[in-house]
Design a protein around this ligand. Structure first.
Ligand code: C2E
Ligand code: MG
Ligand code: MG
Ligand code: MG
Length: 282
């Protein structure tokens, strides 16, 4: 599954490719086709409560079914999409598809957990995210408490007025906001108290070498404590081992995601996770 996401090899857009406009144009053309001809799909990664292992959320992660290369992960096409004006239609598709899918599961009688959608800084800046979310929720009939958005520190640092207005509108709607990849951006902690936020997601680079690496343990500890003091929920991403899970539990980190718990999964396998939820949760 890690392989599927194509992490580590940038197939489509690298700085070297700037000297090769034909190649970029061809990939852009293929991606444009993909967006408008239904060749994107969403996979969902479970988020669980550390203490109980219970499913409490899903993160929607976009993939591209590439005609020659198979399933391609977002790191290999989001940068291209952003530079070629395709991020807006992709982001709209992701939002709508996540809401549509959740509502469809709900209509099947499955218990639901919230789904989190990632928004890059460029998307957040270019789109009327709050208005669009309100519209999509209305059109799909999904209740707002089943949608969350994930943004990075970079997003929080830019365009203060737009960011404030958007986050306040989301809060008023009941859509939760997570700060993704926390600790890796250029951030000022001021933003954590200034904006209405719900969760801090510890970047997986800090989790990866715990518990062996004492510095990383110190950083994760500090982030979890910071979250608690600010009354935000803490989420650890990239959890791969039982030792990491045990550490997180001892630190009081509430939520976790990672290959060690479950990888991002297609619709069929995600449905099986929802099926195992107690019905009373709906
Ligand atoms: P992210 O939001 O931080 O998502 C977590 C990434 O870590 C995912 O990669 C996931 O597959 C991977 N991951 C999960 N557990 C583990 C683990 O235990 N170990 C390791 N090594 N990796 C793990 P993915 O799906 O390739 O997505 C990469 C990034 O692409 C995401 O990072 C997010 O920033 C972006 N992205 C994904 N979907 C979308 C989307 O719909 N829109 C936008 N704008 N960005 C997206
Ligand atoms: Mg994310
Ligand atoms: Mg992340
Ligand atoms: Mg990340």
């Amino acid at each position: 599954q890690a392989k599927e996401s194509g992490r580590g090899t940038r197939l489509f857009y690298t700085p070297d490719m700037e000297g090769q406009p034909a190649e970029v144009l061809q990939q852009e053309h293929l991606l444009r086709e993909a967006v408008f001809h239904d060749a994107l799909e969403l996979h969902y990664q479970p988020q669980v409560q550390v203490a109980s292992g219970r499913l409490v959320g899903l993160e929607a992660l976009v993939r591209w079914r590439h005609p020659q290369r198979g399933l391609v992960g977002p790191d290999d096409f989001i940068p291209l999409a952003e530079s070629r004006g395709l991020i807006t239609p992709i982001g709209r598709w992701v939002l709508r598809e996540a809401c549509r899918q959740l509502k469809a599961w709900h209509n099947e009688g499955l218990a639901l957990v919230p789904v989190a959608v990632n928004l890059s800084a460029i998307e957040f800046r270019q789109r009327d995210v709050a208005g669009e979310i309100a519209r999509v929720l209305q059109e799909t009939g999904l209740e707002p408490q089943y949608l969350e958005v994930e943004i990075t520190e970079t997003t929080l640092m830019q365009h203060a007025e737009h960011t404030r207005a958007t986050l306040q509108a989301l809060q008023a709607m009941g859509v939760a906001v997570t700060v993704d990849d926390f600790g890796t951006g250029y951030s000022s902690l001021t933003y954590l108290k200034r904006y209405p936020l719900d969760k801090l997601k510890v970047d997986r680079s800090f989790v990866a070498d715990t518990p062996a690496d004492g510095d990383d343990v110190a950083i994760v500890t500090a982030i979890v404590q910071l979250a608690r003091s600010l009354q935000l929920q803490s989420v650890a991403e990239g959890v791969q081992t039982t030792e990491q899970l045990t550490l997180l539990q001892s630190l009081g980190c509430e939520l976790a995601q990672g290959f060690g718990i479950a990888p991002p999964m297609d619709v069929r396998r995600t449905r099986a996770w929802l099926h195992a939820l107690p019905a009373a949760a709906s």
